[in-house]
Design a protein around this ligand. Structure first.
Ligand code: ADP
Ligand code: 5GP
Length: 190
């Protein structure tokens, strides 16, 4: 008997919006969602674990994998490379497992082009640029240069907010989570 194919749920948000905080809760609640661990050339943050948050590889290794066709999508974001494993995605989807992704706008566009309505994108928006700056600084994980670059990129990412399937504003965290969990629940039932 053929399995029904799994769903692709993509969370997109400017850095500092609260995406990781919301995704952590989603993963705890929706145990049936499998998490796609991306490859990155970014340095590992102190609280991160190799193989859990990302697979951390060198630029040379990344380029080799890209040239071999190992990525279903990849992009340069804030000066680092990020890529999603083609093998992981195709095997899971084919076997009926639904996947949760954390991608930038380029990755979301790319997946939408390849998977059409099978990929549903949820854009998480901060209540404003000032709040975003406060959160990036408050998180305390990035240098001043990195914060500046991420804020600059956020301005162009925010202009894309109405281009996706759903938008959630992360002003008050609990409300944002309730909005997000309802959308994810709906997508999984489609
Ligand atoms: P992202 O993954 O989008 O880069 P994080 O989840 O790391 O963002 O959140 C950035 C910072 O903002 C963290 O310190 C987090 O605790 C905080 N934060 C997340 N959501 C909210 C919210 N609704 N109100 C205030 N601070 C928040
Ligand atoms: P961070 O360095 O804060 O973990 O992530 C920076 C940005 O890279 C975020 O917008 C995140 O969504 C994006 N990102 C993470 N993994 C991937 C991936 O595999 N592909 C793409 N296109 N973007 C990714």
């Amino acid at each position: 008997m053929m399995n029904e194919r799994g769903k692709i749920i993509i969370i997109v948000a400017p850095s500092g919006t609260g995406k990781s905080t919301l995704i952590k809760r989603l993963k705890e609640e929706f145990r049936e969602l499998h998490w796609s661990v991306s490859f990155t050339t970014r340095k590992m943050r102190p609280d991160e674990v190799d193989g859990k948050h990302y697979f951390y590889i060198s630029r040379e290794e990344f380029i080799k994998k890209k040239d071999q066709g190992d990525f279903v999508e990849w992009a340069e974001v804030h000066g680092n490379f990020y890529g999603t494993s083609l093998g992981f995605v195709s095997t899971k989807i084919k076997n009926g497992f639904s996947l949760l992704f954390d991608l930038d706008v380029q990755g979301a566009d790319n997946m939408k082009t390849q998977f059409g309505d099978e990929a549903q994108c949820i854009f998480i928006s901060p209540p404003g640029i000032e709040a975003l700056e406060e959160r990036l600084r408050g998180r305390g994980t990035d240098s001043e240069d990195v914060i500046k670059l991420r804020l600059e990129n956020a301005r162009s990412e925010l202009m894309r907010r109405d281009d996706y399937d759903y938008v959630v504003v992360n002003d008050e965290l609990e409300q944002a989570y309730q909005d997000l969990r309802r959308i994810v629940g709906d997508i999984l039932k489609i």
